[in-house]
Design a protein around this ligand. Structure first.
Ligand code: SF4
Ligand code: SF4
Length: 230
């Protein structure tokens, strides 16, 4: 078995719902440039828990969100060690960590979504969320960057939102602009990250420490009911 196939098998065994490979050399900061191959790990969220979200997140959703992030971080750590043991460089990007840098205080060190889209695992919605082909936006993501040469296709799927605007209409912060995502668009043309963050901080501090909402996830019909809803 090829090593990359062994990696996929192990990550699934450790709890990943899906795994994909891509080359993200064009999307890396200079300090990560040598690690151009990305392994995406996705874990699906509980449909039942997501569907309990109405106009605010639930305490259970906040706990679930953190538990899934923790599982992803554990899978990343184990994957990192597996790849490093074979003599390759690795950098695990945490499931949920913002680095609060001067350019963009709402971003992490690397966008999991870019790697997931390039791996052909789904597409980007008007909400700015990664929409998994199988699970819709009800997923959390992690990434392992490495210099191990992994086969990739980098086929970027176009948005399948069509005429749907459910996330735009349901966002209480009016943070979702309603534009279709493309590879070269800016994040600010899709989502007002500050408006989203400020709203969560003001309204949901008592539920999810102001760091979760979930309304755009729960209101998205993808991938279920897409054909019925349009
Ligand atoms: S997380 Fe909530 S506030 Fe932020 S974009 Fe989604 S629906 Fe709007
Ligand atoms: S709610 Fe509709 S417009 Fe928003 S991401 Fe989902 S499919 Fe796209």
């Amino acid at each position: 078995m090829e090593f990359y196939e062994e990696i996929r098998e192990k990550l699934i065994e450790w709890g990943a719902s899906f795994v994909g490979f891509s080359n993200v050399g064009a999307n890396l900061s200079n300090d990560l440039k040598e690690l151009q191959y990305a392994v995406t790990i996705g874990v699906s969220l509980s449909n039942f828990i997501v569907e309990q979200i109405s106009d605010k997140p639930t305490f259970t959703y906040f706990h679930h969100y953190r538990t899934v992030n923790s599982l992803i971080d554990t899978i990343i750590l184990k994957g990192q060690l597996l790849i490093q043991e074979r003599g390759y460089q690795v950098f695990g990007v945490p499931a949920s960590q913002t680095v609060n840098n001067a350019q963009d205080k709402y971003s992490g060190v690397f966008s999991h979504k870019i790697a997931a889209v390039k791996a052909g695992l789904g597409w980007m919605g008007k909400s700015g969320l990664f929409i998994s082909s199988k699970y819709g936006p009800r997923v959390r993501l992690g990434t392992i960057l490495t210099d191990l040469k992994i086969p990739y296709s980098n086929v970027v799927n176009l948005s399948s939102c069509g005429e749907c605007r459910k996330c735009v209409e349901n966002c209480p912060a009016m943070a979702i602009r309603g534009n279709d995502w493309s590879e070269d668009c800016s994040r600010s043309s899709i989502v007002d990250a500050k408006a989203c963050s400020d709203y969560m901080n003001q309204k949901f501090k008592h539920i999810g420490r102001g760091s979760v909402c979930g309304i755009c996830i729960s209101s998205c019909p993808s991938p279920r009911n897409m054909n019925n809803e349009r």
